[in-house]
Design a protein around this ligand. Structure first.
Ligand code: ASP
Length: 284
């Protein structure tokens, strides 16, 4: 049997027209992948590594997640996030405000185990009980930067496999710019924006409404299960989304041996992967 190689891949959102910020976004992806890789290298789990990498991207205002999230039509931040492990344990939040790192709240929900998805006020009450500090919602709005990037998609996500061969996936977003208040995208819906099982883990980005309709993350992992290599599995899944919905999206994938795959039909999707301790690779 081939031993798994620890591996991590992060994405900084499928979108267009951010050429000006290309290097900065790639640097953000590289930094997050390195943080996740350090966790894997020190023997921590894929779930830990994904959580740390996504939290780093949430803290980077260049990305549409956590600080720097898109605003909805009411001018508010409403964020979605999810985390899932190959044991099918999952935690997710939708439409939350005032949480600096929604991915950390998703982890607490996963650990608690009673529910998979909490929304809005209930999610914030749970955060208080779980010891996750709430911040004034306006601290997550970076107005000047937001004006520049509001046309972009810049959701963040990460998938990883650890030394034991366990997989995890996580995704976090402010959602689509100028969305209706209360809109929930693909990100926190298990199987749509985020999925992991014993065969693979996937994190998606792009037009949430299209991603939901083809259950893109699970569809991608199913392609692995049916025997495709991760790169081909990602391509086939994005092609299926394009064919069936005419939408645009991207996905990152990892299988249990630490082979990564990715595909998108958007102009760009900054990403970085680190496989088995090799040099990090960034791709735009
Ligand atoms: N998929 C996210 C959503 O629809 C947006 C994105 O990936 O940028 O909420």
């Amino acid at each position: 049997m081939v031993a798994p190689r620890p591996a991590i891949i992060v994405h900084g959102g499928a979108g267009r027209g951010s050429g000006e910020w290309r290097e900065a976004r790639l640097a953000g992806c590289l930094k997050a992948a390195a943080i996740g890789w350090t966790a894997l290298e020190s023997g921590r789990t894929a779930l830990d590594a994904v959580g740390e990498a996504v939290a780093a991207l949430e803290d980077d205002p260049l990305f549409n997640a956590g600080t720097g999230s898109s605003l909805n039509r009411a001018g508010e931040v409403e964020m979605d996030a999810a985390l899932m492990s190959d044991t099918l344990e999952a935690g997710a939040v939708a439409s939350v405000a005032g949480i600096r790192n929604p991915i950390r709240l998703a982890r607490k929900i996963l650990e608690d185990g009673r529910h998979v998805l909490l929304t809005g006020r209930g999610a914030c009450d749970f955060a208080r009980q779980a010891g996750i500090p709430l911040v004034p919602p306006e601290t997550l709005v970076t107005q000047a930067q937001h004006e520049r990037w509001k046309q972009d998609h810049g959701t963040v996500g990460c998938v990883a496999v650890d030394r034991e061969g366990h997989l995890a996936a996580g995704t976090s977003t402010g959602g689509t710019p100028r969305k209706l208040p209360g809109r929930v995208g693909d990100t926190p819906l298990i199987g749509c924006g985020t999925y992991g099982n014993g065969d693979g883990a996937a994190s998606c980005t792009g037009q949430g409404e299209a991603i939901i309709k083809v259950v893109l993350a699970k569809t991608s992992v199913d392609q692995l299960t049916s025997g495709l290599a991760p790169m081909e599995a990602a391509r086939q899944a994005v092609a299926l989304l394009a064919r069936r919905t005419g939408g645009q999206a991207g996905v990152i994938l990892v299988d249990r041996l630490g082979v990564v795959g990715y595909a998108h039909n958007t102009e760009e999707m900054p990403l970085c992967h680190i496989i088995g301790g090799e040099e990090p690779v960034t791709v735009f």
